[in-house]
Design a protein around this ligand. Structure first.
Ligand SMILES: [Mg+2]
Length: 210
């Protein structure tokens, strides 16, 4: 089988889920969190360092989560549905690998008919208040995405494996995959573009590359 793995935020959808959680908490919290996200995605600050800090600032609740879940679907990449359908017809198994929160991404994944999501567990209590995130989950730190890809490789033993994403944490997977395809439709990054085997601005450009 052939495995194609997609980052979620700023790739399958235009948003960064954590930034949107922060936006819902007001402009000051938003700018503080956005700066941390950008620093991490540009590779200026280790991801593990900003992850807990962002969550402690935001402490997202159930209503905020629900709004962001819908936003992921509303801002889906314009060519994603058709591209993923074609990839499936061509025999590709599709996986989402994200440093975002699993519960926020699940509705988008269902919309895109993707049944496998690797993303960070977020724990709320029975009243919908924030408790914690799983800080042992690999995508909360640098080097976590390659770690998950090694697990997927031993689970599926794919004959071919491709990763698609916009961030430095995606580029880190390059040594584990046959081809790393950078995506710059929303947040093109020079570092990712320079390191990628290919660089695209629309997901349907993938179809000429796989
Ligand atoms: Mg991303």
């Amino acid at each position: 089988m052939k495995l194609i793995i997609f980052d979620c935020d700023s790739t399958l959808s235009s948003i960064e889920g954590i930034d949107e959680l922060a936006r819902a908490k007001g402009p000051e919290i938003f700018s503080e969190v956005e700066a941390l996200t950008n620093a991490a995605m540009n590779g200026e600050v280790p991801l593990g360092q900003v992850f807990a800090r962002r969550l402690e600032i935001i402490r997202p609740d159930l209503a905020t989560c629900a709004a962001v879940e819908q936003l992921y679907i509303d801002t889906v990449e314009p060519t994603a549905v058709a591209t993923l359908n074609t990839l499936r017809e061509q025999g590709w198994k599709i996986v989402i690998l994200s440093g975002g929160f699993k519960r926020l991404i699940e509705p988008l994944a269902a919309f895109l008919q993707i049944d496998r999501i690797e993303a960070v567990p977020l724990n709320l209590d029975e009243n919908g208040f924030y408790i914690s995130f799983d800080n042992s989950y690999p995508t909360t730190y640098n080097g976590g995405k390659p770690e998950i890809i090694r697990q997927l490789k031993s689970e599926f033993t794919p004959e071919q494996i491709i990763m698609v994403g916009d961030g430095v944490s995606d580029l880190e997977t390059q040594s584990e995959v046959d081809s790393f395809i950078g995506y710059g439709g929303y947040t093109p990054r020079e570092k990712v573009k320079a390191g990628a085997d290919h660089f695209i601005y629309r997901l349907d450009e993938l179809l000429a590359l796989v």
